[in-house]
Design a protein around this ligand. Sequence first.
Ligand SMILES: NC(=O)c1ccc[n+]([C@@H]2O[C@H](COP(=O)([O-])OP(=O)(O)OC[C@H]3O[C@@H](n4cnc5c(N)ncnc54)[C@H](O)[C@@H]3O)[C@@H](O)[C@H]2O)c1
Length: 272
Amino acid sequence: MQRVTHPFRVDGKVALVTGAARGIGACSARLLAEAGAKVVVTDVDSDLAEQVVREIRQAGGEAMALRLDVTDEEQWQAVIAEAVRAFGGIDVLVNNAGVENMNLVEDMPLRDWRQVMSVNCDGVFLGVKHAIRAMKPGGISGRGGSIINMASICAMVALRGAGVYSAAKAAITNLTKIAAVECGQNGYGIRVNSIHPGVILTDLTRAGMEGSVRKGLFKSAAEAQAAYAGMHPIGRLGEPEDIAHAVLYLASDASRFMTGAELVVDGGFIAQ
Ligand SMILES: NC(=O)c1ccc[n+]([C@@H]2O[C@H](COP(=O)([O-])OP(=O)(O)OC[C@H]3O[C@@H](n4cnc5c(N)ncnc54)[C@H](O)[C@@H]3O)[C@@H](O)[C@H]2O)c1
């Protein structure tokens, strides 16, 4: 077995990150580039994705932006093919794109349920499916890889108002395990793991807190933020960097014996 000499380096690897225009995805893209990967920054927001690429290049890294709506299977195929053509392969997929819609189960319109399920669940399924096809022996990249699915502590605990979000994150957690088992047993050299962040301060969280207030779950955004921070024994909300480091670990060969696992990064939230 080869020694892992630089555990948190990903030199020579090509990483594709979805929802990488801002928040956890943008932070992960920057860190992966800093650690040596060529990064494909994808999002539905092309302007912001281009901005992330400019920042990576200014810092001396290599990256390109591609528009990808994760709910569109044809776009997935085209984007993976373009990544392989431009950067010579694909070694890491970070299925990070996600949306939230806070509502009580009894008030959740079916339309909203389907919209969240489509991005957070169908989107991850399509990414896993097409990454496996590309990474497996004989695929257009064909050299194995690491697939990282951004789940949440909401896959494990019940947070008031997070019904559809939790259902989607629980679904992708088990999809992760099935894909890991299938890839392992088929000898593909592909690892598949999920990351379970606690509450991380990003636009998604801010919007979720404001939504909770509108729906009467909290009196103000400040009250919601204080309530969420108080649920983390470590004493604060998370930052995108806290999760990006977990992404880098799972992308790197330091995690080479990890597959089908749930990596919880939550300031102690679910330990209580
Ligand atoms: N912020 C948190 O507290 C937290 C906690 C646990 C898990 N997560 C998960 O982490 C991931 C990133 O969250 P974030 O807080 O950085 O969110 P964010 O809202 O800041 O960023 C999400 C990105 O996804 C993109 N996106 C939305 N729909 C898309 C689609 N159909 N196709 C492609 N891109 C799309 C958005 O344009 C945006 O750039 C999500 O999967 C989220 O569920 C976040």
